[in-house]
Structure formats: structure tokens, C-alpha cells
Ligand binder design. Structure first.
Ligand SMILES: Cc1cc2nc3c(=O)[nH]c(=O)nc-3n(C[C@H](O)[C@H](O)[C@H](O)COP(=O)(O)OP(=O)(O)OC[C@H]3O[C@@H](n4cnc5c(N)ncnc54)[C@H](O)[C@@H]3O)c2cc1C
Ligand code: FES
Length: 336
């Protein structure tokens, strides 16, 4: 009663936010610029942190202009870092709320929300004889976590970025090359043009024999999946996507967030999560690409379309939708 309306734990959080038993949090201890628009965030996780496997990602909750926003970031630190800290490396994207906040405004000392690490874009227990890392832009991050964690006898990397100065971790990659721990081809797309995946054989003649981890924009990954399939080696290709592949859009409609009392017009291509956030409705979220189920919300009335498959879901009692990959398919009511 003494502390009402706050709970005693809220006071404890002020002094010891990373203590055992508290919700999992982390404290930003440093922000290190990597390129003009990317930075590594060094985080000390709370006591409950269970550790990660190289290649996994963590969901973090950050307060931006008073609103808590959740995003997923790959862990770029090795799994055995002695000081117990972990790192993520973030590339600021145009108009990106969280990425710009983390790269340009995050301050050491800030406490952020953390989830336990997750994801199946990881290395197998048995080391493959030959490895290929195929990455572009910020897609290098989970692979850097792997490179820092596990050495292979024969590892080749093909990385795409507009210019040399845009290559995140460039000097560390070149150190690995100098130590003969990595063979690296950089494709500078401003001068070399986009990588034509059909020509991967010119860069890596034995690509089809290599266990491959690929991360980058949808165009690169779609082309790689097609190429590996055409050559019957699709089981050697492991991909990680940062955004959902939108394949089907349709007519939108009027979206009502009945609990908040807001109604907005939405097109048939914008995820309801974005529609709600734009309207100032507080919606739960996580990966924002349909994999974590952190955004599931009851559909009270109307219909929505899954942007990945085109499947229509109509409201029924108990029906939940993933707002990050669902768009309005006519008028609908989202229970938030
Ligand atoms: C498993 C996973 C791992 C990830 N790891 C990393 C990582 O290590 N480093 C990293 O920088 N990012 C990573 N991301 C992407 C990250 O979660 C955010 O999507 C990204 O930082 C943009 O968030 P934002 O709030 O800045 O943009 P928002 O404010 O959400 O979006 C702003 C605009 O940019 C568009 N947009 C959203 N995401 C992207 C994107 N990834 N590329 C281009 N346009 C986009 C939106 O459609 C919108 O128009 C990862 C995503 C996933 C799912
Ligand atoms: S936010 Fe992860 S599934 Fe929607």
C-alpha cells in the first residue's frame, strides 16, 4: 500500500534493473560507430540472460519518444565473451524509428528491455568442411557473430555493399584475410553493379559444395534460393531474412482499433502493425516479420489478408492474427 500505484519492484528497478528476478533487461554500456550509418551497441544483459548460439538474434524493447518499440537484432558478439557483455550492430535505415535512435541517439547507461536470444540461423554441431557466407548490407551481422565464434578450415565470404566505406566490420574482415582465416570478395554495388547470383560460380567455383549461410535483402535471398534449387543443392543453403517477403496485396479498408477508439483508412499492403503505430495505437510487436508471434492480437470483426500467402482470415470468436504480416481486407476491427 505504501508504494501504490507503483509496485515495490518498480522502485527496485530504479536501483537494480539487471537483478535476478527482474524482467530481463540490458544496459547499454557503449555505442561504437562502424560506418557512417551503422553502430555496434554493447549491452550488459541482466542476470537471467541464458546466452546465445552464434547467428541468433535478440528482441529488444527501446523507448523512442516515449513509446516502447520492439525490434529484432542479430547478436554480433562471440558466445564466450569473457566480460559477459553482448553486442548488436545496427544499420540506420531511412525513416527507421529504432535503428536511427540506436545508431545516432542511444546513450551509455540506458536500460533496454531484452528477450532471450532465439533463431535457427545457426551453425550445425558438426563442422562442415567448406563454408560460404553470402551477405549484403546489414545482413553481415549474424554472419559476423558466426565468424567471431567458430573457425573453419575453409571459409569464403562474398559481401555486397554500395562502397568500401559502407562495409560493416571491414577492417576486422581484412585482418581475418591477412591471417588466412577467410577468403573475401567484396562486391561494391555502386561501381560493380548488383551481384548476379547466376555468376556466383565465377567468384566461388566450388559454391555448390559449400554449406552456405546467406543474409541480406529479399532480392538477393530469393535469387539465391532459386539458384541453389535449380542446382539441386537447396539443402546446403540457410537464409535469414530481416523483413517478411510480401507477395500478395489487395484492397484495404477501414480499420478500427476498438479498445483505443481509433479508426483509420488502410491500404491492402501495409501491415496492421504499421497502421496502428502510425495512428498512435499501442500494439505489441517483436520481429515484425511473422516469426516470433509477439504481435498476435484478436480480430474482432471483418477480415485481414496474410501478406505472405494471400490467405484471408475472417473474424470469429478467439481468432488471433499476426498484425505484422496482415493487412486489412475490407473493414476490420482489431481488439486494441
Ligand atoms: C531476425 C532479424 C534479425 C535482424 N538483425 C538486424 C541486425 O543485426 N542489424 C540491423 O540493422 N537490422 C536487423 N534487423 C532489422 C531490424 O529488426 C529492424 O527491422 C530495422 O532496424 C528497422 O527498424 P526501424 O524501427 O528503424 O524501422 P521502422 O521504423 O520499423 O521502418 C521504417 C521504414 O523502413 C522500412 N523497413 C523496415 N525494416 C527494414 C529493413 N530491415 N530494411 C529496409 N527497410 C526496412 C519499413 O517498411 C518502413 O517503411 C533484423 C530483423 C530480423 C527479423
Ligand atoms: S512481430 Fe514477430 S510475428 Fe509479428
Amino acid at each position: 500500500m505504501v508504494t501504490t500505484p507503483l509496485l515495490p519492484s518498480d522502485y527496485l528497478d530504479l536501483f537494480s534493473p539487471l537483478r535476478a528476478g527482474a524482467d530481463l533487461r540490458g544496459r547499454i554500456e557503449a555505442v561504437r560507430p562502424e560506418t557512417g550509418d551503422a553502430a555496434t551497441i554493447v549491452i550488459r544483459p541482466g542476470r537471467a540472460w541464458r546466452g546465445h548460439t552464434a547467428g541468433q538474434y535478440v528482441r529488444i524493447g527501446v523507448d523512442v519518444d516515449g513509446v516502447r518499440l520492439w525490434r529484432a537484432y542479430s547478436l554480433t558478439s562471440p558466445t564466450d565473451r569473457r566480460d559477459g557483455r553482448v553486442t548488436i550492430t545496427v544499420k540506420a535505415i531511412p525513416d527507421g524509428k529504432v535503428s536511427n535512435h540506436l545508431v545516432r541517439r542511444a546513450k551509455p547507461g540506458t536500460v533496454i528491455q531484452l528477450d532471450q536470444p532465439t533463431g535457427d540461423f545457426v551453425l550445425p554441431r558438426a563442422k562442415p568442411a567448406k563454408v560460404l557466407y553470402l551477405t549484403a548490407g546489414s545482413g553481415i551481422t549474424p554472419v559476423m557473430g558466426m565468424l567471431r565464434d567458430t573457425e573453419f578450415d575453409d571459409v569464403v565470404m562474398v559481401h555486397c555493399a554500395p562502397r568500401p566505406q559502407d562495409v560493416i566490420f571491414r577492417s576486422e574482415l581484412h585482418d581475418l584475410v591477412a591471417d588466412k582465416k577467410l577468403r573475401l570478395t567484396e562486391v561494391h554495388t555502386d561501381t560493380d553493379g548488383m551481384l548476379d547470383i547466376a555468376r556466383i560460380g565465377a567468384l566461388v567455383p566450388d559454391w555448390a559444395e559449400r554449406e552456405t549461410w546467406a543474409c541480406g535483402p529479399a532480392g538477393l535471398l530469393d535469387a539465391a534460393e532459386e539458384h541453389w534449387s535449380e542446382h539441386g543443392v537447396q539443402e546446403r543453403l540457410h537464409t535469414e531474412r530481416f523483413r517478411p517477403g510480401v507477395v500478395v496485396t489487395g484492397d484495404g479498408g477501414e480499420v478500427t482499433f476498438s479498445a483505443t477508439g481509433k479508426t483509420v483508412d488502410a491500404d491492402g499492403a501495409t501491415p496492421l502493425l504499421d497502421v496502428g503505430e502510425e495512428a498512435g495505437v499501442l500494439l505489441p510487436s517483436g520481429c515484425r516479420m511473422g516469426i516470433c508471434f509477439g504481435c498476435v492480437t484478436p480480430l474482432k470483426a471483418g477480415a485481414v489478408r496474410d501478406l505472405r500467402t494471400g490467405e484471408i482470415t475472417e473474424a470469429e470468436p478467439g481468432v488471433l492474427i499476426q498484425t505484422c504480416v496482415s493487412a486489412a481486407a475490407g473493414p476490420c476491427d482489431i481488439e486494441r
